[in-house]
Design a protein around this ligand. Sequence first.
Ligand SMILES: Cc1cc2nc3c(=O)[nH]c(=O)nc-3n(C[C@H](O)[C@H](O)[C@H](O)COP(=O)(O)OP(=O)(O)OC[C@H]3O[C@@H](n4cnc5c(N)ncnc54)[C@H](O)[C@@H]3O)c2cc1C
Ligand SMILES: NC(=O)c1ccc[n+]([C@@H]2O[C@H](COP(=O)([O-])OP(=O)(O)OC[C@H]3O[C@@H](n4cnc5c(N)ncnc54)[C@H](OP(=O)(O)O)[C@@H]3O)[C@@H](O)[C@H]2O)c1
Length: 443
Amino acid sequence: MSQALHHEELPVCDVVGIGFGPSNLALAIAVTEHNARRGSAEATTAVFLERQPKFGWHRGMLLDDATMQVSFLKDLVTLRDPTSEYSFLCYLQSKNRLMDFINHKSVYPLRVEFHDYLEWAAAKVDDLVQYGHEVIAVEPVTVDGQVIFLDVTVQAGPELKRYRARNLVCATGLRPSLPDGLTASDRIWHNRDLLHRVGELADTLPERFVVIGAGQSAAEVTAFLHTEFPSAEVCGVFSRYGYSPADDSSFANRIFDPEAVGEYFTAPQSTKQLMLDYHANTNYSVVDGDLIADLYGRVYQEKVLGKERLRLFNLSRLTEVVETPTTVRVSVRSLVTGELTALDADVMICATGYQPADPFALLGDAGRYVRRDELGRPLVERDYRVEADPELQCGIYLQGGTEHTHGITSSLLSNTAVRAGEILGSVIARRGAALPALRLATT
Ligand SMILES: Cc1cc2nc3c(=O)[nH]c(=O)nc-3n(C[C@H](O)[C@H](O)[C@H](O)COP(=O)(O)OP(=O)(O)OC[C@H]3O[C@@H](n4cnc5c(N)ncnc54)[C@H](O)[C@@H]3O)c2cc1C
Ligand SMILES: NC(=O)c1ccc[n+]([C@@H]2O[C@H](COP(=O)([O-])OP(=O)(O)OC[C@H]3O[C@@H](n4cnc5c(N)ncnc54)[C@H](OP(=O)(O)O)[C@@H]3O)[C@@H](O)[C@H]2O)c1
């Protein structure tokens, strides 16, 4: 027998989830619904570990007027089970807003409203979540050369705790990406922290902001600063010619369908790349059309009034950033003329996108069983379980970080409900039990 089992007897969970954003929240709901249907004899035991002190979904960008980039029907459950009581519609009903929402005639809720929905749903499965629990390590528990459990170490305030898993589900989300050589500071922010930091400017009168990037985040931040600081200049810097619209037209939108995941998964590598290249503009470096019109309206109005404080440096690159005690000096080079412009700003906000968090940084020794492709990326099966050496008897599932195997929905909400059903279906099927109620998600 293993030493680990001798020195410590921990209860074993079928599922230990790392991170509790929308992806693992959807899974917690799927588990709860399954257990309610099947009763305790067939229950799937689960715990979800979240480092934030309470539920939060990109709180730093929860701008009052920002809307969702996805239909409310792509909520946590509806595409898996349209009768679920965890749907956005049930949330609206519970808030007495169903009729008002229908009359609003938009399928895109406000982000603050969707956040409230997510919090409402998270509260309903609170028994499965531990907040303020940061996973810091994962260790294999080995018996006769076979890894039969994975032990998860958590920092919970001053305490270290352990959980024992038959299956791990990593859903640790995205981490902010800054231009090479830059680190966040008092005057250099990533947009992820916008609302957490903007209060620092309360007693100051900022004169200029520089916003880097031309994606949805950059456009939202630019509009927000322009509104909130009416005496400040806001300079947008990006290498495109202009903000470009997100392609949300009907045929292109099918790239987010559950069927597209299967097609992407089975396609040869060259076709995968083709799909990403053709349809990157459904998601990356693009902006909602209404927001583009709003920003253009502001620029035009200022031109008419002769007071231009929203300045766009298109076809331009950042060349140098120097912080002084009082400003950040941002040097911008025109890609047309080569001309350099120095912009002294109070704050530079990098809306320069995200990278998936690397769950393997946490896996430690357990990571050596995971098979990888020639680029070092994990090989992942259709059910989101990583391919591993046979000694690893436990499952490691990924929600996020699978764009190379499952396509563009990997880091998005579109497929969250279905993916959660597929992962739970896989956990249960591998344990030997059938799961008829999840068939919708797994066919
Ligand atoms: C501002 C913004 C708006 C967006 N809007 C949309 C949209 O409208 N539609 C859409 O489809 N997509 C949108 N996205 C994409 C976004 O990735 C998804 O909406 C969603 O957040 C993915 O959920 P997730 O649970 O996989 O990851 P996340 O929401 O990032 O959640 C990951 C969680 O893991 C926790 N965590 C990380 N490491 C640990 C650890 N070691 N221990 C414990 N907990 C940990 C984090 O604290 C976090 O709560 C948006 C992204 C941003 C940044
Ligand atoms: N309301 C909402 O629902 C909402 C709000 C914000 C974000 N989001 C979502 O969040 C995701 C990410 O969007 P995002 O706008 O944060 O990121 P993004 O789409 O990846 O855009 C990043 C931008 O930064 C630029 N950039 C990247 N690296 C750079 C560098 N080193 N120097 C200069 N510029 C650089 C990119 O340039 P190029 O143009 O050259 O590529 C691009 O314009 C998307 O899914 C988006 O829909 C949703």
